[in-house]
Structure formats: structure tokens, C-alpha cells
Design a binder for this molecule. Structure first.
Ligand SMILES: *Cc1c(COP(=O)(O)O)cnc(C)c1O
Length: 284
């Protein structure tokens, strides 16, 4: 039996029913998080839940729970669905109300839904690396909000997948911002480059873990935008996300990156990242 959380209750999946008037459905008017589960334990859950509250505040949405309550809901979903390795998805919309663009007045209570699913770590691709495709970053100017409005990301990812690639690399005014659902990193002469955490990217929790690990390992970090041309010339490229962890990139468009194999710094950071997660699932 699969247990979901919906509007204050744990219910069987087959009993989950969301109204057509949910503002998430009409407008993507809501925010979400994906939290990884390793060996039945939520990974960096406090950071994810804190970011959910930050995203909600940025769209003037008040979540009707405390951070501790949401963490408890996530943990209960992991337990009741017997998740060992997987992820928890949580979303909060502005609620259910007849379709008008402005916020409902009087306000309705936000709709909180969540579930936990088993999902394997992408170990094979993590070892060999993936191809990515550059696409124009035609998103809005509040990419710092993890909002449900993902149409531009969906279009970009589809374009990448149709080209046989794992991810789309957004390029705004010639500069690499991030991926459709990942953050982008480059390594040149031993220095790690990534776009600064401003309104043009989503500041990934995995990004933040990787930046901390880099500093601990003594890898120089430069949080500055780099151009697509500079990306082609990087010694190494990789991307990060909750589900992809530290994912090596071996080809960008028609250009091979470095040797065409996952780079030295990338592998070093992958290993350091793996040390952060429970050894039973991390393997050797
Ligand atoms: C979620 C997301 C990321 C990655 O964030 P993590 O917290 O590391 O999973 C990067 N970019 C976008 C656009 C995202 O939505």
C-alpha cells in the first residue's frame, strides 16, 4: 500500500484527489522540494525544508506547518512506505479557489501534498559521465524560487533529451546559468567555477554541499558566471542535484570536454560527496 500525504492527512495513493481548482494546477502557483533518502534517512532535510519556506515566502505563501512538522511528515512517509533509497517530494500550492489570477480574497488554506518513492542512485552514469546540450535560458528573473512553474525547464529538458542528452545547459546572454534541474560547475587549471547564487539560478542544496566540500579539500572556488565558450574549454564539467549527486559531463553540444572521461576534481568531489551518505548505500 502506497501512502501519500494530502491536505493534512496520510491517505492511500488511490484516494488522493486534487481539485481542478487547485492553483498549482491552473497557474503553477506553488513551491516544491525533492529530498533524497539514503538507507531510510533523509539527507540534508533541514536545508531542503528551510528552502521550501524561503521559496514560499518569496511568493507570499504562508505554509500552515512548522519546519519540524514538515520534517516529521517526510519521515513518516519514508517509514510507512518502507523507503531505503529514494526521495521525498513535497509541494505547497496557494490552495483551491475558482480561477482568478490574483490571490484568493479571503485567503484559502494552502494545499500541502507529499509522497516518498524508491529511486536508485544513478551509479552507472555517475561513473561514465553524460552529454549535455546548451539551450537559451528563456526563463523569468526569479529562478531563485523553487516554483512549480517549470514550463521553460520542461521545454529545455525535452530539447536536450531529443538530442540524446541527459540535461540542458541554460545560457543567458552568453553565460552559463544552470541546468534545467541541476547546477553547473566547471574546472579549469584546478579552479572550480560556478554561477553565483543570485536570482538567475536555484541555489541547489547539493551545490552548497559541493562548495563546502571543495573548501574543505582546499580546491579554489570562484563563484562567477562563465561563458558557453569558456565551458567548451573547461578541463572538466559536472552538474549537481539531489538525485544526480555529482554528475560528470563528458560532452557539451558537439564538443568533448577534457579527455572525454570524468575529470580528476570531479571524481575527488564525487568521492567526498559519497562519504557524506550512509556507507551501506554508498558502496565501496
Ligand atoms: C532543484 C533544482 C536544482 C538542484 O537543487 P538541489 O537542491 O541540489 O536538488 C538546480 N536547478 C534547478 C532549476 C532546480 O529546480
Amino acid at each position: 500500500m502506497t501512502v501519500y500525504f494530502m491536505d493534512g492527512q496520510f491517505v492511500e495513493k488511490k484516494h488522493v484527489a486534487i481539485s481542478i481548482d487547485d492553483r498549482g494546477y491552473y497557474f503553477g502557483d506553488g513551491v516544491y522540494e525533492v529530498i533524497k533518502v539514503y538507507d531510510g534517512e533523509l539527507f540534508t532535510s533541514k536545508e531542503h525544508i528551510a528552502r521550501l519556506f524561503e521559496s514560499a515566502a518569496k511568493i507570499k505563501l504562508v505554509i500552515p506547518y512548522t519546519e519540524a512538522q514538515l520534517l516529521d511528515i517526510a519521515q513518516q512517509l519514508v517509514i510507512s512506505n518502507s523507503i531505503s533509497v529514494g526521495h521525498v517530494y513535497m509541494q505547497v500550492t496557494r490552495g483551491v479557489s475558482p480561477r482568478i489570477h490574483q490571490f484568493p480574497d479571503p485567503a484559502v488554506s494552502p494545499m500541502v501534498t507529499a509522497y516518498a518513492l524508491s529511486s536508485a542512485r544513478p551509479v552507472e552514469v555517475m561513473e561514465n559521465g553524460v552529454k549535455v546540450k546548451s539551450v537559451v535560458d528563456f526563463r523569468w528573473l526569479r529562478c531563485d524560487i523553487k516554483s512549480l512553474n517549470l514550463l521553460a525547464n520542461v521545454m529545455a529538458k525535452q530539447e536536450a533529451v531529443e538530442a540524446g542528452c541527459k540535461e540542458a545547459v541554460f545560457v543567458r546572454d552568453g553565460f552559463v546559468t544552470e541546468g534545467a534541474s541541476t547546477n553547473m560547475f566547471g574546472v579549469k587549471n584546478g579552479i572550480l567555477y560556478t554561477h553565483p547564487a543570485n536570482n538567475l539560478i536555484l541555489n541547489g542544496i547539493t551545490r552548497q554541499v559541493v562548495l563546502r566540500l571543495s573548501r574543505e579539500l582546499g580546491i579554489a572556488v570562484v563563484e562567477e558566471p562563465f561563458t558557453l565558450e569558456a565551458a567548451f574549454a573547461m578541463d572538466e564539467l559536472f552538474m549537481t542535484s539531489t538525485t544526480l549527486e555529482v554528475m560528470p559531463i563528458i560532452q557539451l553540444d558537439d564538443k568533448t570536454i577534457g579527455s572525454g572521461r570524468p575529470g580528476e576534481v570531479t571524481v575527488q568531489l564525487q568521492k567526498a560527496f559519497t562519504l557524506q551518505i550512509p556507507t551501506v548505500v554508498a558502496g565501496s
